[in-house]
Design a protein around this ligand. Structure first.
Ligand SMILES: [Mg+2]
Length: 117
């Protein structure tokens, strides 16, 4: 499977099946999942703590890339679990948010700049 060949709904189903097979649904309250998502995000952040690697140095380090990939997958797994628990349509909420972001940060004002001119 790769990004080219997979769909969000397939990944949501994969996560749902994994949780159901282990009878973990009872632990998947949105609060617990939000906490777990934050913890996994911080595990990702920890990989960069006290480091000042360039993008090339990061991508050229297979061991680090493997650890980053693992944490990114953990973050995504909990994100999918929150989406599943709350019956959210990830594509719909993401596209609506991106629409809002395009209005909030028009490229004519924010091109190459995170702050308003
Ligand atoms: Mg982790």
């Amino acid at each position: 499977m790769s990004d080219i060949s997979s769909s969000i709904s397939e990944l949501k189903e994969m996560m749902k099946k994994f949780v159901k097979e282990r009878d973990w649904t009872v632990y998947h309250h949105p609060k617990e999942l939000a906490i777990a998502l934050s913890i996994e995000s911080n595990e990702l952040l920890e990989l960069f703590l006290f480091e000042n690697r360039t993008l090339d140095e990061i991508q050229g380090n297979p061991k680090l890339m493997k650890m980053i990939s693992g944490e990114v997958a953990d973050v995504f797994a909990y994100l999918l679990s929150i989406v599943n628990t709350l019956n959210l349509d990830l594509t719909s909420i993401f596209t609506k948010k991106m629409e809002k972001n395009r209005e909030k940060y028009p490229f004519t004002e924010f091109y190459g700049n995170y702050t308003k001119k």
